[in-house]
Design a binder for this molecule. Structure first.
Ligand code: ADP
Length: 452
């Protein structure tokens, strides 16, 4: 059996030629010669037909498979078992398809890796085409600006600065800009770095959301300014009185006594401010460990009330407690922090309630999970417009009045942070003229053997 195509064609020609020669050697009858010629013609035609068929069918198959490969169906194969040149061609096509398949799989895996990296980034990323239309984005950008593919950077981020930076990068110049924009409800501040892609095919932009950093920076600067201002006031007063004393007032016993009294008063204020600042930094510092353990609420409330009995008595304010008599309640708390929370709230009640009023602490279980501690007073109350801000550091409704009663403006900020560090929350309800109620909600703890 002849295997190569060339051998087959050659064989067929040789066969027909041999038949012709034999015919011409042994046969003289012209009819037989004509008949033999016709026969040779038919035989040649038949062989040509068979050969053509054995060629066109595998060629058509190869054409079908290469068309499928071109269309992206990299799974198709010829798997030919022919041993001629067409079989060899089919096997080459299969090997080429294997190589394309492997390269495509590698590219897909690289693309998946790239996508995972892009989506894991905190920064928002986009890549544009040479017209400046966004073609690739990552999850962070989608969270920030929604789906933006096909839009220009300025349409997506709405920032003229970014628009300019993208324009510059399309022209081949990389740049870094800080942009302020409003995406969704909140204004955002983004640090953007925009660079051209190789061959000026577009640009790549990386946007880092620095809103919280900037906010923290502003809060810190405000805090330093406020604290310095608060510290300067009593210090200036102390210095002023001391200088007046040194200038001669010390020899006037009445003046000297009065000025020394004022110096003492301002040093107490200074001391209170420094104590509160330290307390606040303790409440906010992640390095300070809060040991949460079951604390007996009744004991904690009784201790805080005892500590404020004197100042309440001076203003003829009745201190009361409700809900302590029943089942003993325990909260998950740091005993010292809980004491600060209660003292600050009861102390505020006493400070901001006119003489003869009442400050009451109520304790109750809120289901099996929580305990609620309420500190209610019968004072003048707080206007609605101030309520959302009173937990801010140094925020006072009436600064003059607050200073007069010895307030530092830090008490409620300390309360808020301590409560949060204990896994709880604090809220306030107040109506002008009807008094104020602070509600501290802490996690309920099971009675421990130590606490029992
Ligand atoms: P301060 O040391 O000035 O009392 P706080 O942070 O404790 O600071 O309170 C902030 C402000 O909230 C106070 O200056 C006061 O105006 C208001 N405030 C707090 N507690 C009460 C209350 N029980 N009744 C009325 N106003 C209150």
């Amino acid at each position: 059996m002849l295997k190569s195509l060339r051998a087959r064609i050659f064989g067929a020609i040789v066969l027909v030629t041999i038949a012709g020669v034999l015919l011409s050697l042994f046969v003289t009858d012209p009819r037989i010669i004509v008949g033999g010629g016709v026969f040779a013609l038919l035989l040649g035609g038949l062989l040509a037909e068979l050969l053509t068929r054995s060629l066109t069918q595998p060629v058509a198959e190869i054409a079908r498979v290469t068309a499928a490969l071109t269309a992206g169906d990299v799974g198709v194969r010829l798997r030919s078992e022919r041993e001629d040149e067409l079989g060899e061609l089919a096997r080459s096509v299969d090997r080429m398809a294997d190589a394309v398949d492997e390269r495509l799989a590698r590219m897909n895996s690289e693309e998946a890796q790239l996508r995972t990296i892009l989506d894991a980034m905190v920064e928002s990323v986009f890549v544009t085409d040479r017209e400046g239309r966004i073609r690739v984005t990552n999850a962070a950008l989608q969270r920030l600006a929604g789906r933006v593919e096909g839009r220009t950077a300025v349409e997506a981020i709405r920032s003229p600065e970014l628009h300019e930076a993208v324009g510059g990068a399309l022209g081949g110049v990389a740049s870094s800009v800080t942009i302020e924009t409003r995406l969704g409800v909140d204004p955002r501040i983004l640090a953007a770095h925009v660079a051209p892609l190789p061959g000026r095919l577009g640009v790549v932009a990386v946007l880092h959301d620095v809103t919280d950093l900037k906010l923290a920076d502003t809060v810190r600067r405000d805090f330093v300014a406020n604290a310095s201002h608060e510290l300067r006031t009593p210090l200036t007063a102390i210095r002023g009185f001391a200088e007046t004393l040194a200038d001669g007032a010390v020899s006037d016993p009445v003046l000297a006594k009065r000025f020394l009294g004022r110096i003492l008063e301002h040093s107490v204020r200074l001391q209170r401010l420094v104590d509160d600042l330290l307390e606040l930094s303790r409440a906010e510092s992640p390095d300070v460990v809060f040991t949460l353990e079951p604390v007996d609420v009744a004991g904690a409330v009784a201790k805080a009330l005892r500590g404020l009995e004197r100042s309440a008595m001076e203003k003829k304010i009745t201190l009361g407690a409700e809900g302590l008599a029943g089942e003993a309640l325990f909260v998950e708390a740091d005993a010292v922090a809980l004491d600060h929370v209660l003292v600050n709230l009861i102390d505020n009640g006493v400070k901001y309630t006119p003489d003869g009023g009442q400050v009451t602490v109520r304790v109750r279980a809120a289901g099996d999970e929580h305990v609620e501690l309420e500190v209610a007073d019968t004072g003048g109350g707080i206007a609605q417009s101030h309520l959302s801000r009173i937990f801010e550091r140094f925020y006072r409704v009436d600064s003059g009045r607050a200073r007069e009663v010895g307030g530092t403006g830090l008490g409620l900020a300390i309360v808020k942070h301590f409560t949060q560090r204990m896994g709880g929350e604090v809220s306030v309800e107040s109506k002008l003229g009807r008094g104020t109620t602070f509600l501290v909600r802490l996690r309920r703890a099971q009675k421990s053997t130590d606490a029992a």
